[in-house]
Write a protein that binds this ligand. Sequence first.
Ligand code: ZN
Length: 426
Amino acid sequence: MDIGCAIAAGMMSSEVSSLGSVQKLEQSCCSVISAELRGQAAPKDHGGGRKRGKRCEHTKCELVDYHALPEFLKDNEFVLRYYRAEWPLKETLLSIFSIHNETVNVWTHLVGFFIFLVLALNTATVLPNTSDGTTTSVQVLGVSSGSDLYEDKVKVASYARSPQELRDELMSSSIEHLEIAERTLANCSPRNISRSRSFLHGSVLQSVSKEEVVNKVAAPPPTLEPITRWPFLAFLCGSMFCLLTSSVCHLISCHSQKMAYIMLRLDYVGISALIVTSFYPLVFYSFMCRPFLCNLYMGFITGFGAVTVTASLVPAFQTAEFRAVRAGIFFLMGFSGLVPILHKLVAFGHRPEVVLSAGYELLMGVFYGLGVVVYATRIPERWTPGQFDIVGHSHQLFHVLVIAGAYAHYLACLTYLQWRDVDRYC
Ligand SMILES: [Zn+2]
């Protein structure tokens, strides 16, 4: 199971009628789950160590057909061949470099892991340096958006893209522009207030030379520290953790039922981590100047995730009776993201960055939703069973859509930085 399982499980509860049963989806999500959901005990001697050893000792570890699988590995009846079943651990691990029906599943999320690793390194090292100090004073002004001053700021920014350009423009501009600049600066960040207001206030009235005023207005801005990256990095780490555990799950769950049992729990932790950390940039950057709301949302989802992880370690949580509870919990975790998204649109909908980030978040939902549909319906392999055993079956498509969804969220995070690196005010 992987992130898709969480999303699938969550979305399933609202799409049961159209997509099939929760049971079917969860069974298809990860081969590990199926046996557990059916409440089956581990086959005592099915593929036990002795038999496993024999299988690989006298014959090469070989790929088998669906009908030859132990029950706990039977998951997708439309994928007919190329299964690994209860291989020794070493051979199971080395099978990452061989062709079987999990190869693409392993590598899609492993490649996804490395993609997000690169994105995380870029975020941690490159992005903080994007503020090069050549921007205009306008860009460091913390003027409340929607106000008259914000409009002034936009006006000034529209004709001033660098200090020199601003200086040139102001020198040839009317007194009206100077007044705009003065008003803007006089109501900007405290650092600018302290140095600008006293100088500019009355400067025009006192017939200070225009050049002097212009030089002051167009002075290079103080360097503004980029907004903290920790919520963004937390999301990237959550993504990497989830993708990596998913990849490992697909690689080694076939080793034994015990291994499958362990991997299932690790997957739950990975899924919860991704969902929880996906909230952090959304909530932090949207409500950073409303500490109560920020702490409320972040505390809620963190507590929710902690409870889910804890519950997932309890064996009873895995029983069939708790199937609806499991699906409901993951669904609620993901779906509750709608609340802060709608809230930020109501509070900051006039900001283009907020609308754009919500658009990316909608795109993320579309990718995840499409993935769930493909996943639950087992398209395309159900149309021609056996034709997509190695490449092209639904779970592989689903993995790609999950990565696309996470990348859409990454783009939303970049938009948050563009907003908050410049504007720290609500
Ligand atoms: Zn998967």
